[in-house]
Design a protein around this ligand. Structure first.
Ligand code: ARG
Length: 457
C-alpha cells in the first residue's frame, strides 16, 4: 500500500521494516478516542473558519459512519496500515474523497496520538478506580461480618499479639483507599489536552485549542507544544499507581495463600476460585491468588519499560515513544483482570474462625498483656517484660500456655500476681483492652469501618 508520506521517497518501505514500524495491532484499541478527537478537531476547525460547513458535514458524517462500522464489526482494521490514525484517515478519504484529506489540517500524528492515549487512559483509569471501590467495599463487608473473629497478629510471621480478622482486613481497605487517591491524583495532573501542539512547534492556523480541550472534558491545554507531544509522565504515574495496587494485591494474595494452607486453615476459598491437581486428588490450589501475585512482576516491568524508554530520548517526539502503549495497555489490562477475579474471590472466601482462635491460643501472644498487667500494678515495664520472658520459657519447658499455669507457679515469679491475671490475659480481653485509635479494639474497629464507609461515599 502507498504510504501517505510516500511523496518524498523513491523506494517503498521494506516489508519487514514496515511490519516492525506498524502499531495498528495494538493502537487500534484507541479507535473510539481517535475518532472522537478528530470529530472535535473538525468542529473546531470549522468554528475557526478553517473548514467550511460542507467540509465539516462530510467529515462528521464520514467519521461517524466509520465509528459505527467499527463498533458493529462491519469494518475491519487494515493490518497493513501504519497505525490507527493513518487507518481512520485513509478510510475517511475512501468514503468521502478529498474532503477526508482536509481533516489533518493544523494537526500532526504526534499530538493526535498524545491526545488519544490520554483519552483512552482516562477511561481505563476510571474503570480501575471503580473496581478498587468495589474491592474496598467487599473487604470492608467481610471485616464487618468478622469483628468477633480473634486471630494471631504476626510480625516476622511469628505470632505476636491477638487481633481480629476484621482489623487485619481493614488494613487492606486503607491501602486500597490510598491506591484510589493515587490514581485520582494522576488523573488530575494528566487532564490537559495536547491537541493543537501539532508536530512540536504549534501551527500557523488560527485554531482554538481551548475549545477542543473543553469539549473533550479536559481542564485546559498543555501549555507548551513541545511538552505536549513529548510528555508521557502520566503513563509513568499511572503505571506507578498500578504497580502499587498490584503490590498490595500481591501481599493480600500471599496471605490468602498462607491462610488457605492446611498449616493455617484460617480461610476456605470457594471452589469456583480454586483449581485441582492433575495427579494429587486431594489438592485445592489457590491459583487465582498465585496468579495475581505472579502478574505483579509484569506491571512493575511495564513501569520500568516506560521509564527506560523515555530516559534517553531528546525532545520532542521520537518513534521510541510508540512503545509507551503496549506497556501501559498491558499494565492496565493486568490490573483490571486481577481485580475482576480478586473481588469475587475475596467475597466468596469463608473465614474459619475456630482455627483462627485456636492459633491465637498458642504462641504466647498474650505475653505483652501479662507484662502490662504487672506494669499496671506498679512494676516498671522492663522488669515486667523480663519476668514474663522467664515465665514463657518455663511454660515452653512444661508444654503449657500462660492461662494453664497455676497462680501458685505465677507467685514464685512475683507477689503482684493475683487471680485476676487470667481474665487479663484472655484473648477476648486482650483485644477489648486495646483502646487506642486505630487499634484492634472492638470500638476502634467499628470506627475504622465507619471511616471506610465514609471514604467510599
Ligand atoms: N504510531 C505512532 C505512535 O504510536 C503515532 C505517532 C507517529 N508520529 C510520527 N511522527 N511518526 O507513536
Amino acid at each position: 500500500m502507498d504510504k501517505m508520506w510516500a511523496g518524498r521517497f523513491e523506494k517503498a518501505l521494506d516489508k519487514q521494516a514496515d511490519d516492525f514500524n506498524s502499531s495498528i495491532h495494538f493502537d487500534s484499541k484507541m479507535y473510539k478516542q481517535d475518532i472522537r478527537g478528530s470529530l472535535e478537531h473538525a468542529l473546531m476547525l470549522t468554528t475557526c473558519g478553517i473548514l467550511n460547513q460542507t467540509e465539516y458535514e462530510k467529515i462528521n458524517e464520514g467519521l461517524n459512519s466509520i465509528l459505527d462500522d467499527l463498533d458493529s464489526g462491519a469494518l475491519a482494521f487494515d493490518m497493513d496500515a501504519e497505525d490507527i490514525h493513518m487507518f481512520v484517515e485513509a478510510e475517511l478519504t475512501k468514503r468521502i474523497g478529498d474532503y477526508g484529506k482536509k481533516l489533518h489540517t493544523a494537526r500532526s500524528r504526534n499530538d493526535q496520538v498524545a491526545l488519544d492515549l490520554r483519552l483512552y487512559m482516562r477511561d481505563e483509569a476510571n474503570k480501575i478506580i471503580n473496581l478498587l471501590c468495589e474491592l474496598v467495599c467487599v473487604v470492608k463487608d467481610k471485616a464487618k461480618e468478622n469483628q468477633d473473629a480473634i486471630m494471631p497478629g504476626y510480625t516476622h510471621l511469628q505470632r505476636a499479639q491477638p487481633i481480629t480478622f476484621a482489623h487485619h482486613l481493614l488494613a487492606y481497605c486503607m491501602m486500597l483507599l490510598r491506591d484510589i487517591t493515587r490514581v485520582q491524583d494522576a488523573l488530575k495532573r494528566m487532564n490537559y489536552s495536547p491537541l493543537g501542539s501539532c508536530a512540536l512547534a504549534g501551527t500557523t492556523y488560527p485554531t482554538n485549542r481551548d475549545m477542543v480541550a473543553k469539549n473533550l472534558g479536559f481542564d485546559g491545554v498543555c501549555m507548551n507544544s513541545i511538552d505536549g507531544v513529548s510528555d508521557r509522565d502520566y503513563c509513568i504515574e499511572l503505571e506507578g499507581a498500578f504497580s502499587t495496587i498490584m503490590m498490595h494485591l500481591s501481599r493480600f494474595s500471599e496471605e490468602i495463600i498462607l491462610w488457605s494452607s492446611w498449616e493455617f486453615k484460617f480461610v476456605e476459598l470457594d471452589d469456583s476460585y480454586t483449581t485441582g491437581s492433575s495427579i494429587m486428588p486431594q489438592k485445592k490450589n489457590p491459583d487465582m491468588a498465585e496468579l495475581v501475585r505472579g502478574k505483579t512482576g509484569r506491571v512493575y516491568g511495564d513501569l520500568m519499560a516506560t521509564l527506560t524508554m523515555l530516559k534517553g530520548i531528546p525532545l520532542a517526539y521520537n518513534k521510541d515513544m510508540q512503545e509507551d502503549k503496549e506497556a501501559i495497555f498491558d499494565a492496565t489490562e493486568t490490573v483490571i483482570k486481577c481485580l475482576e477475579v480478586f473481588i469475587p474471590m475475596v467475597k466468596t472466601m469463608t473465614p474459619i474462625k475456630g482455627n483462627m482462635y485456636k492459633a491465637a491460643g498458642k504462641g504466647f501472644i498474650n505475653a505483652t498483656d501479662l507484662a502490662d498487667y504487672l506494669t499496671k500494678k506498679g512494676m516498671p515495664f522492663r522488669s515486667a517484660y523480663k519476668i514474663v520472658g522467664t515465665i514463657v520459657a518455663e511454660c515452653i519447658r512444661n508444654d503449657i500456655t500462660l492461662d494453664q499455669m497455676s497462680l501458685e507457679a505465677y507467685k514464685k515469679h512475683s507477689d503482684l500476681f493475683e487471680n485476676d491475671l487470667y481474665e487479663e490475659i484472655s484473648l477476648e480481653s486482650c483485644v477489648a483492652k486495646r483502646i487506642s485509635k486505630g487499634s484492634t479494639g472492638y470500638d476502634s474497629v467499628k470506627e475504622q469501618i465507619a471511616y471506610v464507609e465514609e471514604q467510599l461515599k
